[in-house]
Write a protein that binds this ligand. Structure first.
Ligand code: FAD
Length: 444
C-alpha cells in the first residue's frame, strides 16, 4: 500500500468512464487520484451545440474539482500522462511520477484521418471544446467573409459546407448547420442570402447512421433531406486541399470542411504494452484488466471488448459509465478478498438516440424504433438528465426552450483568427480582382 495503509487508485482521464469510477469509489476505503490534462469534464454529446452556437462551453463542461469537492478520499491533479511503468506501478506525468496500487486508464479517443493527418488543419474534427470553438469560428466566419466580399462589390462565393462522415456527429452537425442557414441567419445579412448555402454530407458507406437499424437509418436520411441537407452515400473523399474537397471526379470548393469520419484511441493505450486493435484500443480481458496485470484496468473508448454475441462494444457514454462502475466495484471486491476476484463485464444497452436537427431525431430502445419529434423529445430529456451539474441542466433547458421558439443561436462569437483555409485574401474588400477565380489559391 502506498499511503497510510489505504490502497491508492489512480484514474487517468475524467471523461465519462474515469469520472464515474472516481464517484463510485467515494465511500471505498481507498485513496483516489484522478488525473486529467484539463481541469474540466466535457459532456461530449453536446459539443456539436457549442460548434453551432446553440450553447456556450461553460454550459456543457464542469470543473472536475468542483464535481468532486465533497469527495474527501479523492484528489484531482491536472497533468498530462505520458506513460506508465507497470513493474514499479508508476504513472508518468509531465509533472511527476505517481505511484498506484490500482490503475484505471480512461483516456478516451480522438480523430483518425486514415493516414492523411495533413487533412486535420483543413477539416477539423469534433472532440474537444477547442475543436467546437474552431468549428464555430469557421462556420460563422464564412458568412461574414461572404457578406464582406459581396458588400465590397465582389461575386457571391459558393457557400458550401462539407461534412465528411455520416455517423451521429456528422448527422447532427449537418442537420444543425442546415437549420442555421435556413432559419437562424435568414434576416441578418444584407448582401448575401444564407439560405442559399449548400450543406453536403458525404458518407463512404451505403447509408447514414450505419450503427442503427435500416428503418431508422432510412428515416434519418429523409429527415436530413427535409432539413435541406444534400446527402451523398457511397462517396469516398479522396483528397482535401485548402478550401476544396475531392470525391469521385468532383472537386468542390468548400468554405468549411468538417471531419466526422474516424476515431482513433488515445496513444496511452499502446504505452501499456498490452495488445491493441487497429484503432489502437486496448484488448482488455472480460473483467476489463489487461493480461498479466489484474491491478490495471482500461475502460471506455480506449478499451476493446466484445459482447456476449461477439459484437464489439460501441464507443458510447453508456459503455464508459457502466465500465467505470464495474471496475470500481471490482477493485473494492479485490481489496476485500485480498486476491483478484473472478468477474465479467456485461453491457446493458439502454438504447441509442441520435439527433438530426430541430424536431428531428431517431431512437432505438430494443425493438421499439421511433423517429421525428418524439425521438427528438426523448433525446432532449435524456441529455438534460445526464448532463453533469444542476446549474448546467437548468441553463441548457432554458437555452433550448428559448431557441426552440425563437430559432436564435446566441453564442455566435467569432474568436481567434479571421482567415479560413483556402479563402483567398484576394476575396477581401481590399482586393481589386474578382474573388471567385482566386478562391482556392491561398491557405490559412
Ligand atoms: C462529438 C461527440 C458526440 C458524442 N455523442 C454521443 C452521444 O450522443 N451518446 C453517447 O453515448 N456517446 C456519444 N459520444 C461518445 C462518448 O462521448 C464517448 O464514448 C465517451 O466520452 C467515452 O468516455 P471515456 O471516459 O472513455 O473518454 P472521454 O470522455 O473522451 O474522456 C477521456 C478523458 O481523458 C483525458 N485525457 C486523455 N489523454 C490524457 C492524457 N494523456 N493525460 C491526461 N488526461 C488525458 C481527456 O482530457 C478526457 O477528459 C460522443 C462523442 C463525441 C466526440
Amino acid at each position: 500500500m502506498t499511503s497510510g495503509g489505504l490502497a491508492r487508485v489512480v484514474i487517468v482521464g475524467a471523461g465519462f468512464g474515469g469520472l464515474t469510477a472516481a464517484r463510485a469509489l467515494a465511500e471505498a476505503p481507498v485513496r483516489v487520484t484522478l488525473i486529467d490534462r484539463r481541469n474540466y469534464h466535457t459532456f461530449q454529446p453536446l459539443l456539436y451545440q457549442v460548434a453551432t452556437a446553440g450553447l456556450s462551453p461553460g454550459e456543457i463542461a464542469a470543473p472536475i474539482r468542483s464535481i468532486l469537492r465533497s469527495q474527501r478520499n479523492t484528489e484531482v491533479l491536472m497533468a498530462e500522462v505520458q506513460g506508465f511503468d507497470l513493474d514499479r506501478r508508476m504513472v508518468k506525468t509531465d509533472a511527476a511520477e505517481i505511484p498506484y496500487d490500482y490503475l484505471m486508464v480512461a483516456a478516451g479517443a480522438s480523430h483518425a484521418y486514415f493516414g492523411h493527418d495533413e487533412w486535420e488543419p483543413l477539416a477539423p474534427g469534433l472532440k474537444t471544446i477547442e475543436d467546437a470553438l474552431e468549428i464555430r469560428r469557421r462556420v460563422f466566419l464564412a458568412f461574414e467573409l461572404a457578406e464582406r466580399q459581396v458588400s465590397a462589390g465582389g461575386d457571391a462565393p459558393p457557400l458550401n459546407f462539407v461534412i465528411v462522415g455520416a455517423g451521429p456527429t456528422g448527422v447532427e452537425l449537418a442537420g444543425t448547420l442546415a437549420e442555421i442557414c435556413h432559419h437562424a441567419l435568414t434576416h441578418e445579412f444584407r448582401s448575401i442570402d444564407p439560405s442559399r448555402a449548400h450543406i453536403l454530407l458525404l458518407e463512404g458507406g451505403p447509408r447514414v447512421l450505419a450503427a442503427y437499424p435500416d428503418d431508422l437509418s432510412h428515416s434519418a436520411m429523409e429527415q436530413l433531406q427535409r432539413l435541406g441537407v444534400d446527402v451523398r452515400t457511397a462517396t469516398m473523399v479522396s483528397r482535401i486541399e485548402p478550401g476544396a474537397v475531392h470525391f469521385g471526379d468532383t472537386r468542390l470548393e468548400a468554405a468549411v470542411i468538417l471531419w466526422a469520419a474516424g476515431v482513433a484511441a488515445s496513444d496511452l493505450g499502446k504505452k501499456l504494452g498490452a495488445p491493441t486493435d487497429r484503432a489502437g484500443r486496448v484488448m482488455v480481458q472480460p473483467n476489463l484488466s489487461i493480461p498479466g496485470h489484474p491491478e490495471v484496468f482500461v475502460i471506455g473508448d480506449l478499451a476493446a471488448l466484445k459482447d456476449a454475441h461477439g459484437a464489439m462494444l460501441p464507443g458510447v457514454a453508456q459503455v464508459a459509465i457502466q465500465q467505470g462502475n464495474f471496475a470500481a466495484k471490482l477493485i473494492c471486491q479485490n481489496l476485500e478478498s485480498g486476491t483478484p476476484v473472478d468477474a465479467r463485464f456485461h453491457y446493458w444497452n439502454k438504447g441509442s438516440l441520435a439527433t438530426i436537427g430541430r424536431a428531428a431525431a431517431v431512437a432505438e430502445f430494443g425493438k421499439i424504433h421511433i423517429s421525428g419529434f418524439l425521438a427528438w423529445l426523448a433525446w432532449l430529456f435524456v441529455h438534460i438528465f445526464f448532463l453533469i451539474g444542476f446549474r448546467n441542466r437548468i441553463l441548457v433547458f432554458i437555452q433550448w426552450a428559448f431557441s426552440y421558439f425563437t430559432y436564435e443561436r446566441g453564442a455566435r462569437l467569432i474568436t481567434g483568427s479571421t482567415s479560413l483555409p483556402g479563402w483567398s485574401s484576394a476575396s477581401s474588400p481590399e482586393a481589386k480582382s474578382g474573388p471567385q477565380e482566386n478562391r482556392s489559391s491561398a491557405a490559412d
